[in-house]
Design a protein around this ligand. Structure first.
Ligand SMILES: Nc1ncnc2c1ncn2[C@@H]1O[C@H](COP(=O)(O)OP(=O)(O)OP(=O)(O)O)[C@@H](O)[C@H]1O
Ligand SMILES: [Mg+2]
Length: 396
């Protein structure tokens, strides 16, 4: 059933061929040669399985998806000794290979110096984004349904940044503008800044905000279509999953950059007093949401836990599809402990959907819950105390 969602054959495969970790969390040293198809990392709790996927995803998005501070990623033992962590990888796409490297250096003091290299040359972390496209599924994805709008904005932003580096640049500029503008609003409140300063930042906000908003709006149609289809294929009740972009400004019928900038300007004018009172920018893409509903009602309000989980899974599968369509390469799927809360049927459907992609790295504490036909053809690694060993008798 999920086969309907199968990416088209002409899309190129992207493969993570090699993944190497040094002093990354509890992994002192690991060098893995990876193949296409399914790779399973199994092991008891707290052995380092998620750390491996975090490292792989670090190469895709240039930062950790779960560390509040980057120094958390450096192994505790290394903090005193060498004081650095390195994650590197070889990514193959269409017969070409890129060498990606992220170094986290604590030797300069308490804050981490992040050093990124692409094919041996020093680059910015944001230059990594788009080199290695990956979609991460975790058990925490359920927060896409139950959590606040921030997580859903981040979902859109990570997808769009991987799809198009211009989006990432616009987003970074926009975030800086909001920060600066908030500073000015606060200063105005305290009579420390003039009106003219605010006018300058209004212009910047409308310009960069329009780009971000335009990028998100263009993606929401295809995303909605893919998420609906994936959710329907899970057969989780008769209700359809609906997603819609909920903007804090009125969206014009023809949302060109100019029209969106205009809409942002109108919204700024209308919220002038509220902004002044709060000392904050209260409209713009940083306040928007991706609404998830069923029959028009907020999913978080009436979905069962299982439905919420399947909705979150559908959003991730939709992310992978839209990313593949945009880039022309199929992303690598990283599945962190996503099977354990599903029933046997949905575990099989999930693995089937993943099998449409050239490479999947998955973790599980219990390999026996991986449906047999997928498990038998997988390469399997055991993760124990941060050490990674290939299992005997695995394929490949
Ligand atoms: N900077 C660090 N240095 C050393 N160890 C760390 C560091 N950060 C986290 N750890 C440890 O790494 C261990 C493994 O974490 P990880 O999240 O990868 O486990 P896991 O195998 O995915 O377990 P689970 O099955 O519970 O999800 C944890 O015990 C954690 O305390
Ligand atoms: Mg884990």
């Amino acid at each position: 059933m999920l086969g309907q969602a199968a990416p088209r054959l002409e899309w190129r495969a992207m493969l993570l061929r090699r993944l190497k970790l040094t002093n990354f969390r509890n992994v002192a040293n690991a060098a893995l040669d990876l193949d296409a198809g399914l790779t399973l990392f199994q092991g008891a709790n707290a052995q380092g399985k998620s750390n491996l996927l975090e490292a792989a995803y670090l190469l895709a998005i240039g930062r950790s998806y779960r560390a509040a501070a980057e120094r958390e990623m450096v192994a505790w033992t290394a903090r005193e000794r060498d004081g650095y962590a390195v994650v590197s990888g070889t990514v193959e796409r269409g017969g070409e290979a890129d060498e990606l490297l992220v170094g986290l250096d604590l030797r300069q003091g308490d804050t981490v110096q992040k050093r990124v290299q692409i094919n041996g040359s020093a680059r910015r972390a944001s230059d990594l984004v788009g080199r290695f496209n990956a979609v991460l599924f975790t058990a925490d994805d359920i927060a896409l349904v139950y959590g606040g709008p921030q997580g859903r904005r981040r979902y859109l932003d990570v997808l769009l940044s991987q799809a198009d580096s211009r989006y990432l640049r616009a987003l970074q500029r926009y975030q800086r503008v909001v920060m600066q503008r908030n500073r000015v609003l606060k200063a105005l409140k305290e009579n420390r800044a003039g009106e003219r300063e605010l006018l300058f930042w209004d212009g910047q906000l409308c310009e960069e905000g329009a780009r971000v908003l335009g990028g998100r709006l263009a993606a929401t149609g295809p995303l909605d279509e893919a998420a609906r289809r994936c959710y329907a294929a899970f057969g989780a009740g008769a209700d359809a999953l609906e997603t819609a972009y909920a903007a804090s400004v009125r969206i014009p019928d023809a949302p060109s950059d100019a029209a969106l900038a205009e809409a942002l300007r109108d919204a700024l004018t209308a919220s002038r007093r509220r902004e002044r009172a709060l000392g904050q920018t209260v409209v713009g893409p940083h306040r928007d949401d991706l609404r998830l509903t069923m029959r028009g009602v907020e999913l978080a309000q009436h979905a069962s836990r299982g439905q919420a989980r399947l909705a979150a899974l559908s959003l991730r599968l939709a992310e992978a599809e839209v990313l593949a369509a945009r880039r022309g390469d199929q992303p690598v799927l990283l599945l962190d402990d996503v099977l354990s809360e599903l029933d046997a049927e949905h575990r099989a459907l999930t693995m089937e959907a993943a099998a449409a992609y050239p490479q999947t790295l998955a973790t599980t504490a219990d390999a026996s819950i991986v449906p047999e036909r997928f498990r038998l053809s997988a390469r399997r690694f055991e993760v124990t105390g941060g050490a990674v060993f290939e299992e005997e008798g695995g394929a490949g």
